[in-house]
Design a protein around this ligand. Structure first.
Ligand code: SAM
Length: 236
């Protein structure tokens, strides 16, 4: 997650201008995260103080869909994508779901998660160390797939393919949630962590290419003025 920087450079699709070398796009990001401390502040680019506002906003959003009745998403098994040390797993997913899996490309963060999650972490079934561009979630397995502050690390095509695999990995009435920064217009690259920030029209096109529909969309409120707007999209 990184702050503002709107209007540096923009493009319709990120591959058109930004990713000259896909391998180095991914390698640079991996290297960047290896050097980041395994803390909440590290996960949030120095904005650790907004973690509670973030989690509370997510909880309110997610609870609208959860339940045991017809059409409701069951509180069974969740997948935390780009989970880092498990900041979201600890305060959002473990309190709401029976079991949780984590996937992240940085082994050091997953190692830290084992202690950070404490006693409740016993309900974590799997820690997958893998880039989302390569990750194959188990088909028909998850009730919620939570993807927060990580989609900018995937190329458009890899993100489409990953979302398609996520769709197949959902239980009936399951839900995919993307929560991420959105650019004011176009695609804004971040050379520091080797990521991009997309605008909403592009993100919506990617979601549609993956065969998913947006069933609810909200902007997270009460974040600092200087950071990107953050939107939450529920998909199925
Ligand atoms: C900004 S942090 C967000 C962590 C967590 N989602 C949160 O909100 O606390 C980004 C995370 O994405 C992970 N990451 C970066 N590129 C990735 C990739 N290609 N596949 C999976 N995880 C990746 C990093 O290791 C890091 O843990």
């Amino acid at each position: 997650m990184s702050a503002g920087g709107q209007g540096k450079r923009s493009a319709e699709r990120m591959e058109d201008h930004l990713i000259e070398n896909e391998t180095s796009f991914y390698l640079k990001a991996e290297q960047y995260w290896k050097d980041i401390p395994p803390t909440v502040d590290g996960m949030l680019g120095g904005y650790g103080s907004i973690s509670s506002i973030d989690i509370n906003g997510s909880k309110k959003f997610l609870q609208k869909f959860l339940g045991e009745g017809k059409g409701k998403t069951r509180p069974g098994c969740a997948l935390d994508c780009g989970a880092g040390i498990g900041r979201i797993t600890k305060r959002l997913l473990l309190p709401l779901f029976r079991t949780v899996d984590l996937v992240d490309v940085t082994q050091e963060f997953l190692d830290k998660a084992r202690s950070y999650l404490g006693e409740e972490g016993k309900r974590v079934e799997n820690y997958f160390c893998c880039g989302l561009q390569d990750f194959q979630p188990q088909p028909d397995h998850y009730d919620v797939i939570w993807i927060q502050w990580v989609i900018g690390h995937l190329t458009d095509d890899h993100l489409v393919e990953f979302l398609r695999r996520c769709r197949s990995a959902l239980h009936p009435d399951g839900l995919i949630v993307i929560k991420d920064n959105v650019a004011y217009e176009g695609v804004v690259p971040d050379e520091v962590d080797s990521s991009v920030c997309r605008d909403l029209p592009l993100l919506r096109r990617i979601v549609a290419r993956a065969g998913l529909s947006i069933i609810c969309e909200e902007q997270q409120q009460n974040f600092p003025e200087e950071i990107y707007q953050v939107h939450i999209l529920a998909l199925r």
